[in-house]
Design a binder for this molecule. Structure first.
Ligand code: GLU
Length: 303
């Protein structure tokens, strides 16, 4: 059994990240598996170079360890390019020169907008066989889109149970600058790392059917998925700066001990009574994902 932590070094880790990573770590380690670490540092301008070191520091401070080397996405661009090339060669992906604005305008009717952006109407599907051909014809750099022919990819989530897995519109697998989109990088990496369980926050639930299509198209074995609720503020909105500073490094700077933070997110997850201080390994015995509440966890400004 292999799990993974996959932080994006775009900011400092906060209580919400700590809780998701704790659950991902416990879910696999409690069953005798190993946890791997991948740094998702290819998200262009949002990535801050110093944040990778801070992320490793925060995880170590919490007591969330990992096995083996640290996988760094920016060092794996050739693998993503190769996978995208295989999909284009197989006719499963195509160059697309539409701008975001054009996609939005084409999908102006409200029902054509999915939860995660407008549905692509397929304008460029079948027009060119390669990015070079698209550039010669239009003078524009092309992204690559995956051809979606299914309406849904149902799957059973280990936490949420059976999911309809609705999916609409051809999605981007490589950006205009040639870099991979999140959906492709995550599939190529999870497969290469031998990941058998992906536990992540449920804001990524709409990505899972897309990723399942990519596993199939690339002939790779898909892991099991478990999506757990986000940590929200008292107003029910996703934890953010306005809810107070819940960055782990700020708590550490204030002298809060890691055991209190771990105990706090474990209590939010129904694993220990409020006020408990503990290390991740103290929670291994008897860990049961089913005890985690289905409702979003309300993280308070740290007590
Ligand atoms: N890097 C993503 C994030 O920090 C997680 C991606 C995933 O778990 O698939 O939100």
């Amino acid at each position: 059994m292999v799990g993974r932590l996959a932080p994006s070094p775009t900011g400092v880790l906060h209580l919400g990240n700590a809780r998701t990573f704790l659950l991902a770590w416990l879910s696999v380690r409690a069953r005798g598996g190993v946890v791997r670490l991948r740094i998702e540092d290819i998200d262009g301008p949002r990535v801050r170079p110093e944040a990778t070191a801070q992320t490793l520091e925060d995880l170590a401070w919490l007591g969330l360890d990992w096995q083996g080397e640290v996988w760094i996405q920016s060092q794996r661009l050739a693998e993503y390019r190769a996978a995208a090339g295989r999909l284009v060669a197989a006719g499963l992906a195509y160059p697309c020169v539409c701008s975001r604005k054009e996609v939005e305008e084409a999908a102006s009717a409200p029902h054509e907008s999915g939860a995660d952006g407008p549905v692509y109407p397929g304008t460029c599907r079948g027009r060119w066989r390669s990015v070079a051909e698209a550039r010669a014809a239009t003078g524009k750099d092309a992204a690559l889109r995956f051809v979606v022919t299914a309406d849904a990819v149902p799957f059973v989530d280990r936490f949420l149970g059976p999911q309809a897995g609705a999916i609409r519109g051809d999605f981007v697998i490589a950006k205009r600058d040639g870099g991979p989109a999140y959906q492709l990088a995550v599939v190529v990496d999870d497969a290469a790392m031998g990941v058998t369980e992906v536990l992540r926050a449920d804001d990524l639930l709409p990505s899972t059917p897309r990723q399942l299509l990519l596993y199939r198209a690339l002939g790779l074995t898909a892991p099991e998925f478990a999506h757990t609720p986000l940590v929200v503020g008292a107003d029910g909105l996703r934890l953010a700066k306005r809810h107070g500073d819940t960055a782990l490094r700020s708590l550490r700077a204030q002298g809060v001990r890691a055991e209190r933070v771990v105990g706090h997110v474990a209590a939010l997850s129904g694993l220990v009574p409020a006020g408990t201080s503990c290390r991740p390994q103290d929670l291994l015995a008897g860990f049961d994902l089913r005890r985690v509440p289905r409702a979003p966890a309300v993280g308070v400004p740290f007590p």
